[in-house]
Design a protein around this ligand. Structure first.
Ligand code: G1P
Length: 294
């Protein structure tokens, strides 16, 4: 079986939910405490065994390229002031993987972004990670859980989780036959159905392992929901040819693609980190006390 070596990360979107912050800065570069969201995503991929990251990028996304590149002037300044640890910290970011950048000239949907990466992926299985969701599982990274399923069956796998019925219209929804704990053989998938139309509450959460046959499927896929080329629709076309699995991902999920989820992620991370947890805990207690007094 071929190794899953490459991961595609689409980052061309405008990030309209984060304006004005995302006017000149990619939303993927917004920090959770002091690390940009995109670095957490790349680290999950690398911890899952990925060696090459293919960013599908667009105009105004230079900051992402710079983040994963060497920064000789910054390193030199830090070196001169004896800040060796910081030099190592920023060097490690660029040495984590090989980085490839492919430009998506028009934004025609997630399926179109994946198709844009075809020549960089070639004829091998690959992963897709979407930057709106952070999945934290230190023992067994989210993507790794899908790659393990791929190594068992050699077929495409989508990462899922259960969501409340009223939220189905935010996700691709999967209907499948349960074959093991959390593992399903997919019957049907639909992009962002209303709660009445949704066949289940099993939602796709932005992690995929795909066979290269997805590219042919994408080429045959008509534009779907929102006038966009949908990866979910292409997966339904791929399913006519080969089986697809869905796997409930275990871990703590943070939806950083919207303001409230983003704020919550910062609070949660600050409560976990050694250097910030005492401060954050005291701050919350103090604020709660004040709110109760009102
Ligand atoms: C995309 C996918 C959708 C998936 C979601 C997860 O939608 O099309 O199937 O459930 O990511 O975040 P988007 O949120 O980019 O509109």
């Amino acid at each position: 079986m071929q190794k899953v070596r490459k991961a595609v990360i689409p980052v061309a979107g405008f990030g309209t939910r984060f304006l004005p912050a995302s006017k000149a800065t990619p939303k993927e570069m917004m920090p959770i405490v002091d690390k940009p969201i995109i670095q957490y995503i790349v680290e999950e991929a690398v911890d899952s065994g990925i060696e090459t990251i293919i960013f599908v990028t667009g105009r105004h996304k230079r900051a992402i390229e710079d983040h994963f590149d060497y920064a000789p002037d910054l390193e030199e300044t830090l070196e001169r002031s004896g800040k060796k640890e910081l030099v190592e910290l920023i060097r490690r970011i660029s040495n984590m993987a090989e980085f490839i950048y492919v430009r998506q000239k028009e934004q025609l949907g997630l399926g179109h972004a994946i198709l844009t990466a075809e020549h960089a992926v070639g004829n091998e299985p690959f992963a897709v990670l979407l930057g709106d969701e952070l999945i934290i599982n230190e023992k067994n990274p989210g993507l790794k859980q899908l790659i393990d399923v791929y190594y068992k069956f050699g077929k495409s796998v989508v990462g899922t989780t259960e969501v409340p019925k009223e939220d189905t219209s935010k996700y691709g929804i999967v209907d499948g036959k349960l074959i093991e704990d959390g593992l399903r053989l997919v019957n049907y998938m639909v992009e962002k159905p209303s709660p009445e139309e949704a066949p289940s509450t099993s939602a796709i959460i932005g992690r995929y392992v795909l066979t290269p046959d997805i590219f042919d499927a994408l080429k045959k896929t008509p534009f779907g929901k929102g006038g966009e080329l949908q990866l979910t629709d292409a997966l339904m076309i791929l399913r006519e040819k080969e089986v697809i699995y869905s796997k409930d991902i275990e871990g703590i999920r943070h939806d950083t693609g919207n303001k409230l989820g983003y704020i919550k992620a910062i609070v949660d991370f600050a409560l976990e980190r050694e250097d910030t947890k005492e401060f954050m805990k005291n701050l919350i207690l103090e604020k709660a006390k004040k709110l109760n007094e009102k």
